[in-house]
Design a binder for this molecule. Structure first.
Ligand SMILES: Cc1cc2nc3c(=O)[nH]c(=O)nc-3n(C[C@H](O)[C@H](O)[C@H](O)COP(=O)(O)OP(=O)(O)OC[C@H]3O[C@@H](n4cnc5c(N)ncnc54)[C@H](O)[C@@H]3O)c2cc1C
Length: 406
């Protein structure tokens, strides 16, 4: 009989098991992992560097990065947040560094450092690990739980922490069927947009640092860097938009009109004034030679071409008709999106086990005592930038704190 069975040898499973052991070294803990590999997402995360968390130490601000789960996380981050994670890793000899955009990585620049840390800690606390162990069913017993695995085996424990991750397929949650928990609709999040016309394909690699991306006819809007790819649009603004509009996009079967403002500005009058002032101040300047809004030359040339502005035209000769076209292209450059493409293979699941069925102080199930949940298995997901791992660390820590009180 174990004190704790952790289902899933991923980020939340390891962190939860280690934290529980750290808080109560007497606990007998076992991690059951379906595959032959441990921490496989940690390994490939952040392009192999593991974007552990984000440099934002204000819980409310941090919670704004979660399209799903913002409310519960806001209070959970007050108990355990990014600063605590940085401190925890530092204590274990893993220093993190912050990149310009706030993402935090191990100084070593490799996810192996995080994996080594977890494996070492698990070993130190004598946490047993079973790989190739697919949990099929969780049964309540008089003394706790019986966890049944593929092939007929079973394990017993007083408490169970479910950390089986996010999956787009409901079958992956099969082992929870008996528990009576609701799995909400499962939808992919974090992806880039495919442009059906591929009209900027030859500009692939061009990016603007302060763009604005909107889904036409909706309020979904995000700002930030926009990157032109050979299949369409990518970059942080697009990926954030995919997360916030994940459910809408799914319903629209990923067929939408997207409007990009390359200027980062939406107000037509502001941009019109800028163009008019520029025109009167730089009458003799060749339009194509001096990109406005610090746009990359290739993009500026293309926008001018689409506005039918001839190569040698100077601002003084620019007819209103063409200026209006240019204005439109600068702030409402439209793309017919059909379909999505995974972003660097990184994705998360929007949806999962309904967190309203948990006690949000402890992440213990309201339906079954001593059954806990942590990580992406919950219907919690964030933007890209270290937010998904932070949700895994925080929920695992909160669950471990309660689990260790025995
Ligand atoms: C390519 C990629 C890169 C990413 N990069 C980042 C990043 O840099 N920063 C960031 O914040 N987020 C990133 N993410 C998201 C992040 O990896 C996940 O949100 C995070 O791993 C969730 O942790 P978890 O422990 O809940 O789930 P997982 O890490 O997925 O772990 C769940 C584990 O449970 C196991 N399991 C499932 N079912 C069973 C079962 N029935 N029995 C036993 N075991 C089972 C799975 O095999 C898996 O090992 C990335 C995701 C991907 C796909």
């Amino acid at each position: 009989m174990f004190d704790l069975i952790v289902i899933g040898g991923g980020a939340a499973g390891f962190f939860g098991a280690i934290q529980a052991a750290e808080m109560n070294p007497n606990l007998r803990i076992i991690i059951l992992e379906k595959t032959r590999k441990l921490l496989s997402k940690v390994r490939i995360s952040g392009g192999g560097r593991c974007n552990v968390t984000h440099h934002c130490f204000e819980p409310t601000d941090f919670s704004y990065h979660y399209p799903r789960g913002q409310k519960p996380l806001k209070s959970l981050f007050r108990k355990y947040q990014a600063k605590d994670v940085v401190h925890w890793f530092e204590e274990k000899g893993v220093r993190l560094k912050t990149e310009e955009d706030g993402r935090m990585f191990p100084v070593s620049n490799t996810s192996q450092t995080i994996i080594d840390c977890f494996i070492r800690m698990a070993d130190e606390y004598a946490i047993r690990i079973e790989t190739g162990t697919n949990v099929k069913e969780i049964k309540e017993t008089r003394t706790g739980f019986e966890v049944l695995i593929d092939g007929g085996g079973k394990f017993n424990a007083k408490k169970v922490l479910v950390a089986l991750g996010g999956h787009p397929n409901v079958q992956a949650y099969e082992c929870l069927r008996n528990t009576g928990h609701t799995v909400t609709r499962l939808i992919p999040s974090l992806f880039t947009f495919n442009d059906s016309e591929k009209k900027f394909k030859d500009l692939m690699g061009v990016s603007v640092p302060k763009g604005l991306v909107r889904i036409a006819g909706t309020k979904f809007l995000q700002e930030g860097p926009v990157l032109i790819t050979h299949w369409g649009l990518s970059g942080p603004a697009v990926i954030k938009l995919s997360a916030w509009a994940a459910e809408y996009l799914y319903e629209k079967k990923y067929e939408i009109d997207v409007l990009v403002s390359w200027t980062g500005e939406m107000q037509e009058e502001t941009v019109r004034k800028f163009l008019t002032d520029y025109k009167s101040e730089h009458k003799k300047r060749k339009i194509l030679s001096y990109p406005l809004y610090e746009l990359p030359q290739r993009l500026w040339t293309r926008l001018c071409e689409l506005a039918e502005i001839e190569e040698n035209k100077i601002w003084d000769e620019l007819p209103n008709r063409n200026m209006n076209k240019l204005l439109e292209l600068l702030i409402r450059c439209s793309f017919k999106i059909k379909g999505k493409t995974t972003f660097k293979e990184e994705f998360v699941t929007c949806g999962g086990v309904d967190h309203s069925e948990m006690n949000l102080e402890t992440l213990e199930s309201k339906k079954i005592k001593n059954l806990f949940f942590a990580g992406e298995v919950l219907n919690i997901d964030g933007e890209t930038g270290g937010f998904n791992f932070q949700a895994a660390w925080t929920t695992a820590y909160i669950a471990a704190k309660e689990i260790s009180r025995s």
